[in-house]
Design a binder for this molecule. Structure first.
Ligand code: ATP
Length: 503
């Protein structure tokens, strides 16, 4: 698994998908740049989401709100007061950690210990092994799991009460040490706000404090009435938006999974109060269907229903994905009640209501939100598509089996040799196809090597132009996944590519 993750990272760099930010200056931690192929893949994921949300649903419209917003927005949304991570410093090493992560890692170790015991027993008992019974009766396993449960619930409790002294007490009681130096000399736990601050205006006196938005959702809420009135939207309806968000994450690890600058794809669906559970279930189902439609493997997804809810929610679930480092949150579906619109009403003094002609009533709508990180989706697509395949003849090939609809390059056009007017014919084919598809010309190296290069870059189709092509207007089409080849007429190419890469 760890090797797979390393492969994904190095493959992403080698094939122009992802580079570290400002690498020539040794990079900036938890910030990344998307290369020539990455920019295409990212755009295609965004388009795939946008089409399925906005184009396919008559009652969902798009929005592109600014990253900078009036500072009161973040007071109203609760981000100024509550968007915090609990931090702790080690006095000896001067290293800074997220206190909750330290405790969670400790709990994770207890789980691993329990799993080790279970595996040992499985080996000992063989086929006769009954895991459920073993877990229920083995004292050691019961102790590990019980202690883990207790630690996690005490942690969750003190975090919801924001009682950080209890988190510190937990760290001391468990004798948790600095993972790097082993020192147990900790400071108090402090709240650290995750929003990036910046200044508007030039002079020190007249400038005002702003934040870079930590989520795109608030741009939708403050525009609720603008869109509803000018678009004559009737409830239920949705507003969708994609765009950058910024969080000053402390534990920045796991590549593009947790970044300081990232992109979100969010949709807020406004419904009648009382109808929210129906729509919450509806959007859970729609969103998992969207994921399944990409065929990354159903077994890679699972739902995680939240028991402890954020201050604005009355129901919440994550769609988790099996990343190379295990199942982790990819998307959130939240029933946000009328919390946001009401808070903005209070802070702005403006009405954010809907007159429902059927009920003959004015109300603040309830909201179901679907929120997915574009970069996390990118990582899900990339890591589940990278495959090392052993072929029939025993040789192996690296192939990036991206869903064709998302692939950066749809087809590579390859002249068999660099002479005899083959490059000219290949170029002519490109000039016809490029209006509809992202296609690429490649004439360097032997044809077999070019196929392998395109396999590794994720290109679903290769089109080879040879000497016969000059005579009869046919070319060879090679499919990335099956490696099958067939001879087709040049004028059929449009239909063949279209069929392969369609939405
Ligand atoms: P986590 O628990 O992983 O920090 P979160 O619960 O804070 O995530 P939300 O606030 O619900 O996340 O944001 C919605 C989505 O935005 C997440 O499901 C995730 O895909 C994405 N996201 C959030 N934070 C980051 C980040 N730092 N880097 C990349 N994507 C992120």
């Amino acid at each position: 698994q760890e090797d797979l993750f390393k492969n994904v990272i190095s493959h992403a760099k080698e094939y122009g998908y992802i580079f570290g930010s400002s690498e020539i200056y040794d990079g900036l931690s938890a910030v990344y740049d998307y290369g020539q192929n990455g920019a295409e893949l990212k755009k295609n994921i965004r388009d795939y989401w946008w089409k399925s949300m906005v184009q396919m649903n008559q009652n969902i419209v798009g929005l592109d709100a600014a990253i900078l917003m009036h500072p009161k927005t973040w007071k109203a949304s609760g981000h100024v007061d509550a968007f915090n991570d609990p931090l702790i410093d080690n006095k000896d090493s001067k290293k800074r950690y997220r206190a909750d992560v330290l405790v969670e890692d400790y709990a994770e170790k207890l789980l691993q210990k329990a799993q080790k015991e279970i595996e040992k027993a499985r080996k000992r008992f063989g086929d006769a092994f009954d895991e459920e019974q073993f877990v229920a009766t083995n004292d050691r396993v019961k102790r590990y799991l019980g202690q883990r449960q207790e630690i996690l619930s005490r942690l969750a409790d003190s975090l919801t009460r924001e009682d950080l002294k209890d988190v510190k007490a937990l760290i001391e009681e468990l004798e948790i040490a600095d993972p790097e130096t082993g020192s147990k000399n900790w400071t108090e736990v402090r709240q650290f706000n995750l929003m990036f601050g910046t200044k508007l205006g030039a002079s020190a006196e007249s400038s005002s404090d702003l934040y870079l938005r930590p989520e795109t959702a608030q741009g939708i809420f403050v525009n609720f009435s603008n869109v509803q009135k000018t678009g004559r939207m009737k409830i239920p309806f949705g507003i969708a938006q994609t765009g950058k968000a910024f969080r000053n994450e402390i534990v920045a690890r796991q590549f593009i999974f947790r970044m300081r600058e990232f992109e979100q794809m969010e949709m807020q669906f406004f419904v009648r109060p009382g109808d929210e559970m129906k729509w919450y279930e509806h959007w859970k189902e729609q969103r998992i269907k969207w994921h399944y439609s990409l065929k990354l493997g159903k077994e890679n997804y699972r739902f995680h229903d939240h028991e402890k809810l954020a201050h604005y929610a009355n129901a919440a679930a994550d769609i988790e994905f099996d990343f190379p480092f295990g199942f982790k949150e990819l998307e959130g579906i939240h029933s946000r009640t009328d919390f946001d619109l009401k808070a903005h009403e209070e802070h702005s003094g403006r009405k954010l209501r809907f007159f429902d002609p059927e009920l003959n009533e004015n109300y603040v709508p309830y909201v179901i939100e679907t929120s997915i990180g574009l970069d996390r989706m990118f990582l899900a697509v990339l890591s589940s598509s990278l495959i090392e395949e052993t072929l029939e003849d025993g040789s192996s090939r690296t192939v990036l089996k991206l869903p064709a609809v998302l692939a950066p390059t749809k087809a590579a056009i390859l002249p068999l040799v660099k002479k005899d007017r083959l490059p000219e014919l290949a170029q002519k084919i490109i000039d016809e196809l490029k209006w509809d598809f992202q296609v690429q010309y490649d004439e360097k190296d032997a044809i077999g090597r070019r196929y392998r290069r395109q396999d590794a870059a994720g290109t679903p189709l290769c089109i080879t132009v040879d000497h016969d092509s000059l005579e009869d207007n046919t070319v060879t089409v090679r499919y990335r996944d099956s490696m099958e080849q067939k001879r087709v007429k040049i004028e059929e190419l449009y239909t063949i590519i279209k069929e392969e890469v369609d939405f």
